[in-house]
Design a protein. Sequence first.
Length: 463
Amino acid sequence: MQLSFDEQETTLFDEEADAARPLAARMRPETLDEVAGQQHLIGPGKVLRRIIEADQVRSMIFWGPPGVGKTTLARVIAHQTKATFIDFSAVTSGIKEIREVMKRADSMSRAGGRTIVFIDEIHRFNKAQQDAFLPFVEKGAITLIGATTENPSFEVNGALLSRCKVFVLKALGEDEIAGLLRRALDDPRGFGDQDVRIDDGLLAAIATFSNGDARTALSTLEMVVLNGDESDGVVTVTPETVEQCTSQKSLLYDKMGEEHYNIISALHKSMRNSDPDAAIYWLARMLEAGEDPLYIARRITRFAAEDIGLADTNALNVAVNAFHACHFIGMPECTVHLTEAVTYLSLAPKSNAMEVAYLRARKDALTTMAEPVPLVIRNAPTRLMKDLGYGDGYQYAHDVEGKVAADMQCLPDALAGTEYYTPTEEGREGLFKERLEQLRALRRSARAGESRRVSRPRTAGGT
């Protein structure tokens, strides 16, 4: 078909504009078969594929790390649905814009039309903005599709979340990323019209560098091709070029989001399981992603008492010393101090007796009557206090044989004899256990003797 001059000019302009778009945008899939990965959702016969192909889309949220296809799946739905598709930006859309669009969608619904509203980065919407969608989702005026990198349990209003099906998308595997890169080299939307030479090993290196993120992988491929060696129309990508473009890996880590808590949990549980290699790895993941070393030092200081305690009384010293080292010299020098502490704590004998003891005492402190401190162990700095019996019968332990006043009760009456601390036999705690058993035996014997004195029948004329 012959095009008019205006049509030719417009077409040429569109082609030039398309060529200027980033490779990741040009290669965005338009059908489900072009989507890389997520076969657990869109593979043959899988639920999300059936929903999309039948155009029976209901409100849903796509949750997964960056670059795994959340927005892509929304675009595929946009191509296949017979509904009106509206794209919302969580960054630029305010309450006013939301209400105007919802009003139009409500009118279309009453006329028999369907509206799908896509919200990228839905976690960036505040509560008021999310609430503005709720009544329209409830009555079916719109179908809401949200995409988020954050755990929707924390970032999406409960009422809205309960009306959406959550689909969890996974990071792409290296083979899936490598396949995507090869397609970009062959596809006319990518570099299919050029002669680009790049070894499979270099594609694998880019796939590894991308960390499961298709957008990062395509952007890196575009960078290495644009910086490749060109000769006689052939672009050759060298290992040196790939190395330069992949010299700094960007680790997935949000210091305010779920991944932050996932990785600190991984560090804590690796140390608890006495696995120093895993603990050092998770430590490196956090530090290289920009985590505050003092935050890590505080957490391992807690660990030293919570999971080691008296099994190794030096553990807390090691952790506190590491904290001071981080405070004094900072990153990157303090990485070695944290590594030393993490390794020591991983290899130390383990006991959670301190944590268990406190939790038991905490329960009693919160659920039993708050009895007054026994008079015998109260201080009596004034005459009135002495007259009221404060300190009566107090025994100074240093003046008692064995340094233990076994018959002096320090717990409230209702809790007398309660035992909170149950030592293990791990490490040095075995010595503490032996000592504690001796002390408790003395106190039990003293209480039994007191009980016998109290229950002895009075003699005639006795007092």
